[in-house]
Write a protein that binds this ligand. Structure first.
Ligand SMILES: *[C@@H]1O[C@H](CO)[C@@H](O)[C@H](O)[C@H]1NC(C)=O
Length: 350
């Protein structure tokens, strides 16, 4: 029932947005009043690869996506090393904290990684439903085409890891799907950090969401499930820290204004957790369970545990749960498997 209500509202919003888009293209000068028309160029020609070739995200080289192969000859790029390609989210840019935090984690803790951002910022702007959502597919298909050339020029497919946040998760999904279906190149791993919910669930009604078939292995970290983030399992392995929903520990309980930092706090925990795992791969042990409740009641959560984040066991399947701290460092190690406190569990079992 709640799905029907959701779809009904999605439909209303889409109708409203297309009405506004039509009106504002007929009367362009009113566009900014609605704040809904793309305020930036909206072309696949304006997508860039930003290769971070120093020790921090302040040092980089921008390469137009259409000339992707140039990256192989760029100083600092070593094609024998793993390459991480990060996809930012809705109305984000390279300056965004999510990009900086994830890039810096790799550059400092994993210097033998080629760290690259897919900068689709101009196409991620404008109205969410009218512009950005539909662009995820366009950007994915274009990215796949140029990655194919890059792979043919010597980039190693087996060492390429796509990581996306929110709307960027679905761009990564479309990229991997196109590489697989059109070019027969299967990406080893895609990591989705709280993949965006609106318009992508249920699958295929408006858009297709990232899923386990897009790559050999798809790991998902849910931190605002049913809010900005996907409401249901989406990958080969899904992690549900603190139950996977808002309000995540340490985030404000009352933050009603959409898209403010406070309002996005739980959604953003996904990349904060992931970035911390890059620096400390064993920070987030997680336990297999069919629900948060079952996890909390499990007297032996260490059985079958794997790590959430960079060192995720790629043979794992299903849902995993854990708890975190409310501020950095978020990882509690093995203590994160005992939400009620480890000592209590021992006492109760006597
Ligand atoms: C993004 O759009 C703005 C405004 O149209 C434009 O000035 C800028 O050059 C565009 N950026 C890129 C990378 O093309």
């Amino acid at each position: 029932m709640s799905w029907l209500v959701y779809l009904f509202f999605l439909h209303l919003i889409t109708l409203y947005n297309s009405y506004v888009a039509e009106y504002t293209s007929a009367y362009p000068e009113t566009g900014s009043d609605f704040g809904i028309l793309p305020d930036r160029s909206n072309r696949v020609e304006d997508i860039y690869l930003r290769f971070y070739n120093g020790n921090s995200a302040t040092e980089y080289v921008d390469i137009p996506l259409s000339q992707a192969s140039q990256i192989l000859d760029t100083k600092g790029f070593n094609k024998n090393n793993p390459t991480v390609l990060y996809f930012h989210g809705f109305i984000e840019t390279a300056q965004q904290e999510s990009v900086q935090v994830v890039a810096n984690a790799y550059l400092e803790a994993k210097p033998d990684t080629n760290v690259v951002l897919l900068d689709w910022s101009n196409m991620s702007h404008g109205s969410y439903l009218v512009n950005a959502v539909g662009n995820t597919k366009k950007v994915g298909i274009t990215t796949a085409e140029h990655l194919k050339t890059l792979l043919d020029s010597g980039l190693l497919l087996d060492k390429l890891h796509l990581i996306g946040h929110s709307l960027g998760s679905h761009v990564a999904g479309y990229t991997a799907r196109e590489l697989k279906n059109k070019y027969n190149k299967i990406i080893k791993r895609v990591t989705a950090l709280d993949p965006a919910f609106p318009a992508f669930y249920p699958d295929g009604v408006v858009m297709e969401h990232i899923n386990e078939k897009d790559a050999e292995f798809v790991d998902v970290i849910h931190t605002d499930a049913g809010g900005y983030g996907a409401p249901v399992r989406t990958g080969t392995v899904d992690f549900w820290p603190n139950g996977g929903k808002s309000v995540q520990p340490g985030c404000p309980r009352f933050a009603p204004i959409p898209l403010t930092d406070d309002n996005l706090c739980s959604h953003w925990r996904s990349w904060r957790f992931y970035a911390e795992s890059v620096r400390n791969p064993e920070a987030f042990p997680a336990s297999p369970a069919s629900s948060y409740q079952k996890f909390r009641e499990n007297p032996t959560p260490e059985v079958g545990m794997i790590y959430m984040g960079i060192n995720c066991d790629t043979s794992a399947r299903g849902s995993y749960y854990l708890t975190t701290n409310s501020k950095p460092p978020f990882g509690k190690g093995v203590d994160g498997l005992y939400p009620k406190g480890k000592k209590n569990v021992v006492k109760n079992s006597k």
